[in-house]
Design a protein around this ligand. Structure first.
Ligand code: J2J
Length: 543
């Protein structure tokens, strides 16, 4: 298919040619890669979900049968399908089925609610959604009914579990033979739309191609030493880029290993799974690593199979890093990545100092990194600056976001990550902070502007600003400074109002401070630095 997906900015031809020449982009699609592995290791276990397990042959067959069913429902190549599922096997079955037929999963998180899901459906003009009936006490079918009313593009809602009058997941399965002759997608085409952490009003979507994603997966699997013997515990939400591709479930499938899905990330449940399945590798955010370290349940399970714990997604404190190998008797790997592309790893043979003190180095020799000052001039080596990046698996633009792309990328195609980093003499990166207007709540990214917009919709709110505040468990939590119009609304009332607006629970401010006015900088912008200092002071003071 020669014309790129509308709304997707491909790499310039010279770059694409170079990435192919160098063997990064191989022209193999994500489903084709799974099929290759299934043919090579048909009898090995691919996927474990509770008491259900599938060999590669069985997994591949499920994928093909689901793909055939989607085709029978009228899903065609390039259709968008919003996927909002917990960590269950149906996530990967639906995902690879969509890859097979060249339709695009749009990855939503289980925590997303009406505001986010409606935006994903409408912005991508999705034809279908795949959801669970109820998860964590929340009925996703009711949510979908609301979304459907507002979104005429949405024709099918597929439900894992009790579908009521919607389409049961199991009823989609068709005859895999019917797929014969159905074309595979072009590997240069967009494979899916991934969610960005973002810092602006609405969540941005990230178009990743088969070619670029499979390159990052292959290299990640190699860097992390995956083999067919690897057993990966998928703890973080499966739709997140880290447990998907760094090396994540897709890396494990590429290597012919086994993915064990943890429905909940809590220590007791995960430790039991590690012991029962002899898990060798898992990926956590620092907040979860801390919970695992502190849990007494550790002593009740045999965790000796664990070889590698990967930690990423947010700042990892040095003390916590040191405790991980000591406590779990396994290696530690720091991972600094982003759904937009670039992923850095500490290497397995790095000396302890690098593993503990740095966030690793890029996957690829062709990851071009610049560290610049506020005026885009390169800073002196070893000093802190803004991280810019382009390369064989870093996007050149968000999906259908021309105005935003003008700011998020440089004219010559570098992505502005919004992270503050320094590069050491040994080439390893240290993340020192963040310039983007975002709160990183235990790895969950919150775009300040998005939440501020919802706060401003409340009639009693005149002005509002969201900033990060330190939290011993989560690393960061969110604090909203609110200028009331007149009467001061209650904190609970505002929080409930935000939930009522249909945003994910993790975006609801953990704390609200009412103030007479917001501090401003010389150019009139809200002075968030001053607000962060103010809440830091309040947290120190005895209440
Ligand atoms: C500090 N900040 C970090 C780290 C990410 C692998 C791992 C993580 C992600 C991810 C990912 C950090 N120390 N070790 O996609 O494939 C912050 C940075 C970054 C943002 C990206 C992967 N690791 N971060 O976290 O798209 O601010 O991806 O720009 O969710 O998380 O967030 P996200």
């Amino acid at each position: 298919n020669p014309s790129p997906l509308p709304g997707f900015r491909p790499w310039p031809a010279a770059f694409a040619a170079r990435y192919r020449e160098r063997g990064y982009w191989t022209g193999v699609g994500l489903y084709a890669e799974l099929a290759r592995v299934a043919a090579e290791h048909p009898a090995r276990t691919a996927l474990v979900c509770g008491s259900r397990r599938w060999t590669y042959a069985q997994f591949d067959q499920r994928v093909r049968r689901f793909a055939a069913g989607l085709v029978a429902m009228g899903i065609v190549p390039r259709d968008r399908v919003v996927l909002q599922l917990p960590n269950i096997a149906e996530f990967h079955i639906a995902c690879f089925a969509l890859f097979r037929i060249g339709a695009l999963p749009v990855f939503a998180l289980p925590a997303h609610r009406r505001a986010e899901i409606t935006h994903f459906v409408q912005h991508t003009q999705a034809r279908a959604c795949v959801i669970a009936d109820c998860e964590a006490g929340f009925d996703h079918r009711l949510l979908m009914r609301e979304v459907m009313v507002e979104s005429p593009c949405l024709q099918h809602v597929i439900v894992v579990g009790d579908a009521l009058d919607l389409m049961p997941f199991d009823a989609v399965y068709g005859d895999a033979d019917q797929l014969h002759g159905h074309p595979m997608p072009d590997a240069a085409d967009v494979a899916f739309l991934q969610l960005s952490g973002g810092s602006t009003g609405v969540p941005k979507l990230i178009p990743r191609t088969h070619d670029d994603y499979l390159y990052s997966i292959r290299e990640s699997a190699r860097i992390c030493g995956l083999t067919p013997e690897s057993i990966y515990l998928c703890v973080l939400p499966a739709a997140h880029n880290f447990p998907m591709s760094s090396p994540g479930a897709f890396g494990v499938f590429h290597a012919g290993g086994c993915v064990v899905l943890a429905r909940q990330p809590y220590p007791a449940q995960c430790f039991a799974l590690i012991a029962a399945e002899r898990v060798t590798i898992a990926a956590l955010v620092p907040a979860l690593a801390l919970a695992w370290l502190e849990s007494k349940a550790r002593n009740q399970h045999d965790l000796s199979s664990l070889q590698l714990l990967q930690i990423g997604g947010a700042h990892l404190a040095g003390e916590v890093a040191r405790r991980i190998p000591a406590t779990f008797g396994c290696a530690l790997q720091q991972v600094f990545g982003m759904a937009e592309g670039l992923v850095n790893y500490t290497r397995l043979d790095d000396p302890p100092e690098r593993m503990l003190e740095t966030q690793g180095r890029p996957i690829s020799e062709d990851d071009e990194i610049r560290i610049v000052d506020d005026d885009d001039r390169d800073v002196a080596p070893g000093t802190v600056g803004h991280l810019l990046v382009r390369g064989p698996y870093t996007i050149r633009g968000y999906y259908r976001a021309d105005a935003h792309n003008a700011n998020a990328f440089t004219a010559d195609g570098y992505y502005r990550s919004g992270d503050l980093v320094l590069r050491r003499d040994d080439g390893y990166l240290v993340v020192t902070g963040r310039a983007k207007d975002q709160v990183n709540r235990g790895g969950d990214k919150i775009a300040a502007e998005e939440v501020e917009g919802h706060l401003l919709a409340h009639p009693a709110v005149f002005d509002a600003a969201l900033v990060a505040m330190a939290d011993a468990w989560m690393g960061e939590k969110s604090c909203a400074f609110v200028v009331p119009r007149d009467a001061v609304p209650g904190t609970r009332e505002l929080q409930d109002f935000l939930r009522g607006r249909g945003i994910a629970g993790f975006k609801v401010p953990d704390r609200i401070e009412f103030v007479d006015r917001l501090p401003r900088t010389a150019v009139g912008k809200v002075d968030k630095k001053a607000l962060r200092a103010r809440i830091a002071n309040l947290l120190c003071a005895p209440r």
